[in-house]
Structure formats: C-alpha cells, structure tokens
Design a protein around this ligand. Sequence first.
Ligand SMILES: [Zn+2]
Length: 444
Amino acid sequence: MRKILRFSSAVLAISAGFLGSTSISWALDPQAEASLKLQEQDLSRIAATESQPVQAAMQSLKIRKLRPVSVTDNLVPRGFQDGDDYSSLPFLLDADELQKLGMKAARPEIPEIGWHAQMALKRESPVYKVHIHAIRTANDNGTHAATISPQEIKRYVDQANRVWWSSGIEFVFDPDKDFEHRDSTLLNYDCTLDDYWENFRDPDWSPTRTDGTKYDEERMRVGNEYKGKLVVFFRYGNGFQFDEEKNVWKHTPGTGGFSSSTKSFVAMPRMYAEMNLLAHEIGHYMHLPHPFAGDIESVQEAAQEIRNWVEVQGHATQNALLVFDGDNIERYSGLPADVKDTPPDARGAIFVSAYGEGANCKASYPIVQIPVLFSGDYQTVYTLRPDRLNIMSYFKHCYALGTQHLSGDQIAIARNALINGNRMHLLQPSFERRPAMQKAVQQQ
Ligand SMILES: [Zn+2]
C-alpha cells in the first residue's frame, strides 16, 4: 500500500503541479489506478529476486580493489564517467571471478520490469523519436572483442524507453539495421596504458592511464559520421584489478559507461550489464549531470561535509544540504544544465552506514538524518531524502524501488538539447541514404 501511495502522489505532483499531497487515488482515472496496481505486483515480484546478489557482489568487488581507469579529464568539460558506479560490475565478471565471489551459479538475474506506472504519468508532447546506432568493437586484430548482441542492445533500449516515457523522447533501435561491428583499437580502448603501470604495488593506488585523447577523438570522428543518429559504442575499455595473491595490478576490461553533453557518442561496457545503464548514459549525452555530489561513506562524514560547507566556505545553514546537490548550479559552476528539482543526494553508502547492508535499495529506508554540531554548540539535524528513482542517481540499480524516471527540469533540459541544442541533428535523420552506413550493415 505504501508504494501505491507514493506513486499516486508522484502522479498527482506531476499532472496537477502540487507537491506533498498525501491523498490517494481520487485524481487517478481507473486506467492509471489499474496500472499502479500492476506496478505493485511487479515490485513485489522483483523484490523476491532482487538485487541481493548485485549488492553482495558490489561490496566484494570494492574490497577486491577493482578499479576503473579514470577517463574524466578526457571528457571535460561537461563529461561524466561512471567508472565508480559499481552496479554494472557483477554482470561483467568472468567465470573465475564469479566463483571467487561465491556466485558460481550465474550472473545476477536481471528482472524484467513492467512499465505500468510510467504509463500513468503525463507524457510530454510532441513525442520525438531518436534513432540509436550501436557500434560494437574489438581491437584492430580482433582481440578483446565486445560480445553484446543486437537483441541485448534492444533490451537496453526498451528499458530506456520505460525510464524516459514521460519525457516524450522515444528511442528507436532496429537490431537488423542499426547495429554494426568494427575492429578498431582506438574505438575499443579508452586509453594507452602508462609504461610503468606494472610497477604499481600499492593496492590503494591504482595505475592510471597516460593518454586517452586519440581514443576520444576517434570516437568523436566516428560519432559525427552518423548525423541523425545517437551513436553508442559497446567497447572493451580499460580497468584494473588488484591481484591479492600476486600482489600486482592486472589489466581488466572497462567497468562502466560514460558520456558527455559535448561529445558525439555514448560509451558502454562490452556486455549487457546493469539494465538502466544505457538510460543513464543517454541522460549525460542529453546534458543531464548527476544529482549527487561527493562520495560520502557515513553519516559522520556527511556531517563533516556540511560543517565545512557552512563554516569554512561560508554558506547558509538553512539550505546546507546544497552541498550534496550535484546538479544544482549554485553548487557547481560549469554544469551543462541547472536542475533545481532533484533533491540533494549523497549516494548509497550513507544508507548502508546508517541502516546496514542493502538499505540503499530498500523502500523502508527513504531518509537519512544527519545531526550536525556547529561551533558555538548548536546542533541542526538535516534530513537527506534523495530521489532514489531518479535515473541520473546511483540508485538506478535498485529495481525493487520501482521504475526509474526523470524530473521535470531534467525533461525540459533534455528536450531543449534536442530542439535547440547540439542534439538537434537527431530530429533530422538523413542516415539511411549514407553509403558508408549501408556498407557497414552489409558486412556484419
Ligand atoms: Zn553517470
């Protein structure tokens, strides 16, 4: 019942424009009410199979020192790399690694989520169709090949359409026409590894890349060949894992995706991973930043951040949670867009620290309270209530919470990128007449 209440008030807030209503169902038509009931059934079904294996694996992986290669500076300005979003990792492990983690059976089950509740939301109009073009890569000599299938990419796109439903932006992907494979190391890797990386011995200090520029430039060049389409690379990438037995770092495939409001592509991992990842990366491509800020591990750390924000940086105590509002331009200048309607968000670890393992994904723990003792001996208690269903958050793998969505500001920003911004070309498809494209399709 609690979930129905929550979804009802979300629907009310969006369609009628007022917040905080606790009344239920009177504003919903029977069809919407029925779809919310179906959503409720979905959620209890998912809760049964839910992300427990994902949660457990993520925890073990952090302990096992799996580290993404940083490509952040490759993407500035306005780029977002999700290498430290560990939710895709469990899906990308090989059999050996799965066994080490005690997950011998299979990869974590990916629940199929209905989109009944999304259908009850108001949808922006007109609806714009955006064509996806997927390029799966391997190295020049065919090694380190990405293995995702066109059908798996279709599943990503279907899920993105559930998440993006209310935006009125619809993604179109035909596995037969919009997919190709290319052997190109420049498209398949993210960077050239530093010559000395094998000398790294400290498990807390992972090797870093020396140069990602030419890889970035090549993806940009190829991305720009497909005017009228949103190009998504499924690539091997680069990462590192600390081998505790041999006490060395070893080179591993990339662990996440990345994108940027200024680049001509989205980059994804080599296999089908966390099912909301494409919807999230497309958000970055459409100019949306993360709603969170910082990498807070505990309530105490959060309190310290707030104290610094107020006492060292001189911000007001009343809205000090702004310190965790990653997509608010008052917090960070240089963001691609200003999202005012997503609440402050300090990511998931603070929930785990406050309530225990798995609490980040549990509906029964919607808030974290942060008591802050300021100098002068006065205490203020802040209530952190992130929108854990926001697709741009790092709660996006918490499937049992419901289907992820975009906020009103996020929708306005994405539509603006499409109608007035650098994504305008997606509304004028001319790709079908391109000979290069025809050739590529025939080859695979
Ligand atoms: Zn991201």
